[in-house]
Design a protein around this ligand. Structure first.
Ligand code: SAM
Length: 283
């Protein structure tokens, strides 16, 4: 059954009631279009009774779409005024909705009141990649998700080696599973209207390809490899592979990676192979 969602008038009224002026610092752009909300919930494949994690619920636009679909929602919001109002808004518009609000910084949250299987969120754009990586690291129960992010960030998350936008976030994201662009979203559905384009990104989690120690080692190599993306790997990784280009070359050769290649040509499994080759050398 269709239930109440937030339109432009409700968003404006709630913001006024709370005395909230959306801030850029917290990436506060609120969706005021029910069709967009229902499209996101449908793309996410939310099932009734399923525990869903939402980051940055704001005034509750997406939250109410999720509860409408029968999800059991855990919402993490950093802004105290918004976190305090959200249960009241939900109770008013969808009495009995299954919602727990956690007033916390999503970058610091390590415990939740439940084990969410799906992430559905319109992320704060300035921290979307760190938030995603933090959640995937700390909440293994998350199996899949749909997130709205700045278009450039979305394309980077979904990129593979050889793509112009391929970078450290692409490789780190690939550690956790498969990522794809799931759709575009018009700027006009937000208040205030943002000055960047948005896309929806979907992910499906896979078994992690290595241990936690190997993940850390791989991410360290990825950061070093992309910090100097124009340099050959034997140079870019010399600092983390023994100190000299010659030592780095030896490790790269053991890993089956061309020492003259550049970071942007390597896939996640290559970086993992380098981490393992270094480990085997005992340093
Ligand atoms: N989900 C709402 C919607 O679609 O209308 C709001 C989305 S708005 C783009 C991002 C939200 O994330 C804001 O409510 C903001 O206060 C919140 N936020 C920003 N940084 C955060 C953080 N580090 N942890 C949790 N929430 C955060």
């Amino acid at each position: 059954p269709r239930q109440a969602l937030l339109g432009p008038a409700e968003i404006r009224d709630l913001a006024e009631l709370l005395g909230v002026t959306p801030t850029k610092k917290l990436g506060q752009n609120f969706v005021h279009d029910g069709n967009t909300v229902r499209r996101i919930v449908q793309l996410a494949g939310v099932q009734p009774g399923e525990t869903v994690l939402e980051i940055g619920p704001g005034l509750g636009s997406l939250t109410l779409g999720l509860t409408e679909a029968g999800a059991d929602v855990i919402a993490v919001e950093i802004d105290g005024r918004l976190a305090e109002q959200l249960p009241k808004t939900a109770e008013l518009l969808q009495p009995g909705a299954a919602l727990r609000v956690v007033h916390q910084d999503a970058l610091r949250v390590t415990e939740l009141p439940g084990d969410p299987v799906r992430l559905v969120a319109n992320l704060p754009y300035n921290v979307s990649v760190p938030v995603l990586l933090h959640l995937l690291e700390h909440f293994p129960s998350l199996r899949a998700g749909i997130v709205m992010v700045q278009a450039e960030v979305g394309h980077r998350l979904a990129a593979g080696p050889g793509s112009k936008v391929y970078g450290a976030p692409s490789v780190k994201a690939a550690w956790y599973g498969d990522w794809r662009i799931a759709g575009q979203v018009s700027r006009q559905v937000f208040w205030p209207v943002p000055n960047v384009d948005s896309v929806l990104v979907g992910f499906e989690r896979d078994a992690e390809p290595g241990t936690e120690a190997e993940r850390r080692a791989t991410f360290e190599l990825v950061d070093a490899g992309f910090q100097q993306r124009r340099k050959m790997l034997r140079q870019a990784l010399s600092g983390v592979l023994g100190g000299s280009a010659a030592e780095a070359s030896a490790v790269l050769e053991r890993a089956g990676v061309d020492p003259q290649a550049r970071g942007e040509q390597l896939g996640m499994p290559d970086f993992l192979a380098i981490a393992r080759a270094r480990g085997a050398a005992g340093d």
